[in-house]
Design a protein around this ligand. Structure first.
Ligand SMILES: [Zn+2]
Length: 323
């Protein structure tokens, strides 16, 4: 008798070279330098060898530029799915006016659809930022899900580390004061749920998974970081995360970033970034092992496939928005 596997969804936040430079406070990002011509064909080949289809959350600003169009169109022509990662990747959606949030969603959505031929049905806020306005705009526009929350207490700690390693001014730091989330985010559910939007509507929330009970993140950036100390430590951490997921019947939403998969050997412009001293080859070895481990325990699907399953099951709890 075969036991049916829990599901897991995998997504990649397609942050470009300029957005890393921007969050780091480096000059030159305003010209929107891009590594997509190198990164996208490279990552699509790796996903193919793993037989993996994932959801790419795309930033509208990238889809607006001619130089990125061809690589971006490869994502859907090679069978993957796209989601909306805002227009300008400003990691403080909660500070923007309703009109500005609307513009961030709609401009990105239209450009992504133009370039990839696919209309996004899911949204992930940059830097895990979101707001009640955002959720109601997504719901009005018929989005199936939001995936902006990261239920962890570690956000404020990650932010301190980021401030400490960046070149940001005091004002820039002020804008980023909730970057990576507040302590309140640690209290939010890990399993998917419905946000109650206004009195009539609701939208599915698929949080970026953290380890059930202890709420520590385990997305690929963290695993890669641990692998720098010891591969066995990384394995222990990942296996504990999986064990807690299975124990609590949590279906993980597993997050990837470009710099988890490619090293400074191929993107020398970002060689200064943490973790970029690890070679592309080594990153891929880690990625392959992590994916193989996850697939032993879970059936892997895309974010929208997962959102549709959740919708069909019709048993999600409904949560009121408290920011
Ligand atoms: Zn991002």
């Amino acid at each position: 008798m075969s036991e049916s596997k829990l599901l897991a969804s995998i997504s990649l936040d397609l942050d470009n070279q300029w957005s890393y430079m921007k969050i780091h406070g480096d000059a030159g990002w305003q010209a929107f330098p891009s590594y997509f011509d190198i990164f996208i064909p490279y990552v699509l080949d790796i996903l193919k060898t793993l037989g993996l289809r994932v959801t790419f959350f795309i930033v509208g600003q990238d889809a607006a530029l001619e130089k990125n169009r061809e690589p971006l169109s490869m994502i859907t022509s090679r069978g993957h799915e796209v989601g909306n990662h805002s227009f300008s990747h400003e990691s403080w959606m909660h500070l923007l006016s309703n009109e500005k949030v609307e513009e961030e969603v709609i401009r990105a959505e239209q450009l992504i659809q133009q370039v990839t031929g696919q209309k996004p049905v899911g949204f992930r806020g940059p830097g895990f930022s979101w707001s009640a306005d955002l959720l109601s705009i997504l719901s009005d526009r018929g989005y199936l899900y939001d995936a902006s929350t990261l239920p962890t207490f570690i956000g404020p700690v990650a932010r301190m580390y980021y401030f400490w390693t960046s070149n940001l001014t005091r004002d820039e730091k002020k804008n980023r004061k909730e970057l990576f989330g507040s302590f309140k985010d640690g209290l939010r559910p890990i399993k998917p749920y419905y946000w109650q939007v206004g009195s009539q509507n609701k939208i599915i929330e698929i949080p970026v998974s953290t380890i059930p009970v202890i709420k520590l993140p385990f997305h690929l950036s963290y695993l890669l970081y641990l692998s720098g100390y010891s591969l066995n430590l990384m394995r222990l951490y990942l296996n504990s995360a999986i064990w807690f997921c299975k124990l609590t019947k949590t279906e993980p939403s597993f997050l990837l970033h470009p710099l988890d998969l490619i090293g400074g050997d191929q993107i020398p412009q970002l060689a200064f970034f943490p973790g970029m001293n690890i070679s592309s080859a080594q990153k891929i070895i880690i990625f392959q092992e992590v994916i193989k481990t996850l697939s032993r325990h879970f059936q892997i699907i895309t974010m929208s496939e997962y959102a549709r399953k959740l919708f069909m099951r019709n048993n999600l709890r409904v949560v009121n928005i408290t920011q």
